[in-house]
Each structure stands twice: as structure tokens, then as C-alpha cells.
Design a protein around this ligand. Structure first.
Ligand SMILES: CC(C)(COP(=O)(O)OP(=O)(O)OC[C@H]1O[C@@H](n2cnc3c(N)ncnc32)[C@H](O)[C@@H]1OP(=O)(O)O)[C@@H](O)C(=O)NCCC(=O)NCCS
Length: 155
């Protein structure tokens, strides 16, 4: 399997929104109430992704032309907003590849820490990548765990 990570383009927005909804329905739904999932999916759309392409950094993981994952982050803010992997491609290091690409960008920019709000199902994944828990957070009904990783020891 040959996976390429590259910056997202406007033409990716539709597939990103579709993949995001699929991930929320099939993966996140195991950890959240049907009400939370409904509220979450309501805000996911191609238009919303296009809008956000301008105010954050987006990358995609593609196999041939198929979208198998994406990530959203902001180097300026030192924060990762999300990493999502196609449910049929989990545990094949696509999430880690997306993360490694982003971590590199934070390091190049001289950031000392990366912050994120992890969904409950992804806490173990981020711990595996060196993040530690820093508390709780919530967006509406969607509870999350604040996490951070220091980049100082790994430069
Ligand atoms: C979390 C997610 C991105 C992980 O992607 P993935 O491609 O399956 O992860 P990888 O294969 O790159 O895994 C990297 C390491 O983390 C571990 N890992 C992956 N998912 C894990 C999980 N849910 N819990 C604990 N460990 C996990 C893997 O076993 C692997 O460990 P190893 O290095 O010892 O082999 C994926 O499950 C997903 O898209 N989840 C739903 C969306 C979501 O909630 N994203 C987070 C939003 S903040």
C-alpha cells in the first residue's frame, strides 16, 4: 500500500467532509451519545471545510486517488485540531504518518509544544505519540481530553 501525504486543496473538500462524517458515524459513535453524534455531524460540510482551508493548515493521506485520511492543524497556534482515518484503513500507521508530517512543521517553526483536544477514542493513540493529559474540555455535547506534547526533548 503506497500512501502519500500532501497539503489539501479546495478540490479535496467534498471527500474530506464525506470521510469526516463517516468517521464520526462509524468510529466516534462508539464513545459518544447519539445526540452528541447528531450535533457533531450537523456542522460537517464541504462549505465548512472550504471556509476553514483559509484559516488553518490541512493535509490529506491518499492511496492512488482515494482519500484515506486527513489532518487539520495550525502551526501559528501550536495546535492540532483533528486527525481522521478512513475506518477500513485503521491501524495501518496512516494516523501516525499524518501526525509525523505535522510534528515536523511545528519543529521547523520552532514550537516548543503541541496542544490538542483529543476525542475520547483517540486518547490512547495520542499517548502512544508522546502526548500527556492536561484536563478536560467540551464542545457542546462532545467531551474531549486536553493533551499536550513537549517538543523540547525531541528536537
Ligand atoms: C485515532 C486515529 C486517527 C488513529 O489512526 P490510525 O491510523 O488507526 O493509527 P496508527 O495506525 O497510525 O497508530 C499509531 C499507534 O497508535 C496506536 N493506536 C491507534 N489507534 C489507537 C487507539 N484508538 N487507542 C490506542 N492506541 C491506538 C497504534 O496501535 C499504533 O501503535 P504502535 O506504534 O505501537 O504500533 C483513528 O482511529 C481515527 O481516525 N479515529 C477517529 C477520529 C478521531 O477521533 N480522531 C481524533 C480527533 S482529535
Amino acid at each position: 500500500m503506497e500512501i502519500t501525504i500532501r497539503k489539501a486543496k479546495k478540490a479535496d473538500a467534498k471527500s474530506i467532509a464525506e470521510l469526516h462524517k463517516k468517521v464520526v458515524r462509524e468510529v466516534n459513535s462508539e464513545f459518544y451519545s447519539p445526540e452528541a453524534i447528531k450535533e457533531w455531524i450537523k456542522d460537517i460540510s464541504e462549505t465548512n471545510v472550504i471556509y476553514q482551508l483559509h484559516n488553518s493548515d490541512w493535509i490529506v493521506a491518499v492511496e492512488d486517488d482515494k482519500l484515506v485520511g486527513f489532518g487539520q492543524y495550525s502551526v501559528i497556534d501550536g495546535e492540532i485540531y483533528q486527525i481522521n482515518v478512513e475506518p477500513n484503513f485503521l491501524k495501518q500507521k496512516i494516523g501516525k504518518s499524518l501526525y509525523d508530517y505535522m510534528e515536523d512543521k511545528f519543529k521547523i517553526a520552532g514550537k516548543e509544544k503541541i496542544f490538542l483536544n483529543a476525542t475520547l477514542n483517540a486518547v490512547g493513540f495520542y499517548q502512544r505519540l508522546g502526548f500527556v493529559r492536561k484536563g478536560k474540555n467540551a464542545i457542546g455535547l462532545v467531551n474531549m481530553i486536553k493533551m499536550e506534547k513537549s517538543l523540547r526533548d525531541s528536537q
